[in-house]
Design a protein around this ligand. Structure first.
Ligand code: NCD
Length: 303
């Protein structure tokens, strides 16, 4: 059974096929509008979400399928003490594919181990968020025309930000990629991610000042400080406004340095940046639906 738990579950060639499929869906949407007739997607969300849940649901509806699920653990039998393993065995009887988001790292892998339908990891704690990465990559691929040969700056909460763990794992498989990690000391990229870079011989720098990094970047990926993963409020308050990208800072960036953000944004990008032609964070949302359509189709076809 094929699942999407981390971006590594797809080879670079399979990812390219997926992006080409997303391009085709964009250009020939009518061809795909009944391709999943009669199929059901279950969205099992134990953590808050706006984009990821609704984007998966929209993707399945656009393919002609339908959707069941719950938007919060509080309204599921999790409140009665049911395990993810039991829930997914039940959901496997109802749906053809499931997207799961859970506050615990590894929850999607547990679901996959007990599931008889493909599982999409829609975020497991501070660990991974592979569909976000695929849509980030499609945005980069479409804006820059390539996924190789670039310097990617990643700024903010690199410790708890699951989207950036998946992004670094995935992008480090392409030629000529280097990274600049911009974070306060307390929120540095975890060792399990930098170990992958060491193993693959990929260059990266770690800096604390955004201004020092900006001029050399081809992509700047901003992130929110992950309040819900902090152990104490004081640390969160101290770190939450550490970075604020505004037009003044962006003046030093290359004319084609695109700004990405998985959203939701809190204070880390000033609203004035939204009008800058390099701001790509709402475009990411559009590619999110197309890429998730391609993910659903690929997982249903391959299983
Ligand atoms: C991200 C997440 O849930 O990890 N949001 C999203 O899915 N687009 C990022 C975040 O919450 O900061």
């Amino acid at each position: 059974m094929r699942h999407l738990l981390t971006p590594q579950d797809f080879s670079v060639e399979e990812l390219e096929d997926l992006f080409v499929l997303a391009d085709d869906i964009e250009n020939n949407s009518a061809k795909y509008s009944h391709i999943c007739d009669g199929k059901k997607l279950a969205t099992l969300f134990y953590e808050p979400s706006t984009r990821t849940r609704l984007s998966h649901e929209t993707a399945m509806i656009n393919l002609g399928g339908s959707v069941i699920g719950f938007p919060s653990g509080n309204v599921s039998s999790a409140t009665k003490g049911e395990s993810v393993a039991d829930t997914i065995r039940v959901i496997s009887c109802f749906a053809d594919i499931a997207a799961i988001r859970h506050p615990k790292e590894g929850a999607a892998a547990v679901a996959a181990a007990y599931s008889s339908i493909p599982i999409i990891n829609a975020g497991d704690g501070g660990h991974q968020h592979p569909t976000q990465t695929l849509l980030d990559m499609q945005t980069i691929r479409r804006l820059k025309g390539r996924l190789s040969d670039m310097t990617i700056g990643i700024c903010g909460d690199l410790k708890f930000g699951r989207t950036v763990h998946s992004l670094v794992e995935a992008m480090s498989r392409y030629e000529g990629i280097s990274f600049v990690f911009i974070s306060p000391q307390e929120l540095r990229m975890p060792d399990y991610v930098t170990d992958i870079l060491h193993d693959r011989g990929i260059d990266y720098e770690e800096v604390t000042k955004l201004e020092d990094a900006i001029p050399k970047l081809d992509v700047l990926y901003m992130t929110r400080v992950q309040k819900e993963r902090f152990f104490n409020e004081e640390d969160y308050i101290r770190l939450k406004d550490f970075y604020i990208l505004d037009e003044k800072k962006l003046a030093a960036a290359k004319p084609d340095c695109y700004i990405l953000h998985p959203l939701p944004r809190v204070n880390e990008i000033a609203p004035e940046v939204d009008n800058d032609p390099r701001a790509a964070y709402f475009l990411q949302v559009k590619y999110g639906v197309l890429v998730r359509m391609a993910v659903i189709l690929t997982l249903l076809e391959r299983n």
